[in-house]
Design a protein around this ligand. Sequence first.
Ligand code: C2O
Ligand code: CU
Ligand code: CU
Length: 498
Amino acid sequence: MPPEPVRLDRRRFLTLATLSTVALAAGCGQPGAGRAGQGNGGRMGWTTPMRIPPLQVGEVGADGVRRFSLTAAEGTSELVRGRTTRSWGFDGPYLGPTLRANRGEQVAVGVRNELPETTTVHWHGMRLPAVMDGTPHQPIEPGDTWEPTWTIEQPAATLWYHPHPHGDTAAHVYRGLAGLWIVDDPDVDDGLPHEYGVDDVPLVIQDRDIGDDGTLREDRSIAFWGLMGNEILVNGTHDPYLDVTTRVVRLRVLNGSNARVYHLHLSDGRPLHVVANDCGQLPAPVAVDEVTLSPAERAELLVELDPGATVVLRSRSRGHGIDEGDFDIVQLRAAASLADRWPIPAELPAPPSVRLPATPTRRRFVLAGDARINSRSMDMSRIDEVVPLGAIEEWEVWAPGVPHNFHIHDAAFTVLDVDGRPPPAHLAGLKDTVFLPSGATARLAVEFGRHADPTTPYMYHCHILRHEDEGMMGQFTVVEPGTEDAAPRRIDVDDHGH
Ligand code: C2O
Ligand code: CU
Ligand code: CU
């Protein structure tokens, strides 16, 4: 990664982007594949019904534990029509099932690794003990099964899971390892559509660089941002369309890309009604023209359609680099007559926002330099921050140079302000990842989970996966209040990370 200052980064990036445009223009025969930096806009065909990841609700045993299983393995997929791609997935060749469980339940997941490499599986957005978190400290060797268990104690939300091996997260996610985890709250009646795959539809949006021979290209030498491509996949589907049979459809959107930022909007200008952020619902739907999602962020959107209408969900270009290029994401095709089951609700049973105490502990994080946070690069044996259990803290994160984002494990936060301005209403819900445009400072009110463990850390990091892999990540522990000073700042880590 090039050093700050930023203008150098940008110039270097632009040069590389220009070079790859030339390379693509010379070598790419696929119509609609787009050109680096130009997106896939203007292409004609919506040829493939959008895949819906299978739903896995697990099985509840006599002990009341809801058990899931996931097997990570290599496979073969047709990501782009007519091309065969070697990829990785959970219980299938690419991506993984959507897990679904209730608040209040104890869950367990058997995660089997049939890959040729050591990996981990992290439960992004989940509040759980650090030893269950699936970080680089809980590796799963090839042939092994790991079975974390915890109780779900958090509001209804769209969470997700993905590998988190030290230095290899970008490659493992890029090859296809990711899936959604829907948390329902049986005690709350939100009036939102919830029939999976019908009126409650997952959209895992990813960009990939797929060669004419089907190869998922992993050229690590280009671009400061890491792996990006001009083929947009939704749930692993290229050129997807979705048949909609209800007047209102709920889209659970995950930006599952390694680096790309999307500015989502609908082709005919109709609004997106945002009903939830990363970790929970908003107090009321917020109608907006555009929703920005950086990697790992989620938004739940309601779209209202007229009978027979076709509308395209698109991303519009902004600037250069991670949000450059106009992209068509998915075409929504409304049936000639639409069931009218769930009108857009006037209010939602939102969880309370996180409020700071009168004199909160403040911590400051600067994302800059050579993949560093506060001038330090990730060290698995170093504990950077120690947080007392039950604390609500003010975390200020600043990206003085190029854009980054910032994710905190085991936490939910409210964005207090960005550059001194409160966030728009559609970003006022509980989150675990915040986008930091170039130069931005975000102030967060952060609530951590309920599990103390002074020797097993959680992470905070940029979720642009190359940056994370290169060290833009730090570690924190949660400890019993009053034991902060005694808590270890170094831990033993063997070469497999545990
Ligand atoms: Cu989704 Cu530490 O990551
Ligand atoms: Cu996470
Ligand atoms: Cu970054």
